[in-house]
Write a protein that binds this ligand. Structure first.
Ligand code: GAR
Length: 217
């Protein structure tokens, strides 16, 4: 039995592609039941269609308010038999009933080391702040923006010459590893949330210490 996931996108869909590629592996424990975009011309829709995954456009602008939009999302996801929602570059804030309905069954990928740099323009803000590392976070969705129990993070260095685009590309590469891994752990039934902290059965922590700049330099 594979876990049925529903992927929400708004744009180019490279994280969706990482999930599509992971699901193509015969032993991967999840399958994509549906891709929904709130933007009609999202490039990610073509990726889904190429992979013969059902797609749906649900434009937020077509709804009276956020809760009507979110109700439409939930009803499409439920009709498709979705068990886990994955926000992969979905650029709408999710609230109230949606968040409650999908409690511990909806995850998001964000291009920073949360809780730092929630919201938009993460890379620009990371560079301007002078942090030496950035990265990405996959977390369960809660009502607050870019907040919720953290499943996996990955760290990448911020280099003195980085433009926001350079840093975005480095972080994106790490996102493509983290999102399919988080879904795998959940699909394998190894993830629990206890007091808002994620426990992953038999997942080893790392004790590697990284410095940037390197101390040897
Ligand atoms: C990714 O970097 C993702 O982390 C970010 O949007 C990009 C989507 O790229 N998401 C957010 O900023 C959500 N707060 P993709 O469409 O190529 O996957």
């Amino acid at each position: 039995m594979t876990l049925r996931i529903g992927v929400l996108i708004s744009g180019r869909g490279t994280n969706l592609q990482a999930l599509i590629d992971a699901c193509a592996e015969p032993t991967y424990p999840a399958e994509i039941a549906m891709v929904i975009s709130n933007e009609p011309d999202a490039k990610g829709l073509e990726r889904a269609q190429d992979a013969r995954i059902p797609t749906k456009i649900i434009e937020h602008r077509a709804f009276m308010d956020r809760s009507a939009f979110e109700a439409a999302l939930t009803s499409s996801l439920q009709r498709a038999g979705v068990e886990l929602v994955c926000n992969a570059g979905f650029m709408r804030i999710l609230t109230g009933t949606f968040v409650d309905t999908w409690h511990n069954r909806a995850i998001n990928i964000h291009p920073s080391l949360l809780p730092a740099f929630t919201g938009l323009k993460t890379h620009e803000r990371a560079i301007r702040s002078g942090v030496r590392f950035s990265g990405c976070t996959v977390h369960f969705i809660r009502a607050a923006l870019d907040a919720g129990p953290i499943i996996i993070q990955s760290v990448v260095p911020v280099l003195p010459t980085d433009t926001p685009e350079d840093l975005a590309a480095r972080v994106l590469e790490s996102e493509h590893k983290c999102l399919p891994q988080a879904v795998r752990w959940i699909a394998e039934g190894r993830v629990r949330v206890v007091d808002e902290i994620v426990q992953i059965e038999e997942a080893d922590g790392t004790t590697d210490v990284l410095t940037n700049p390197s101390i040897a330099s």
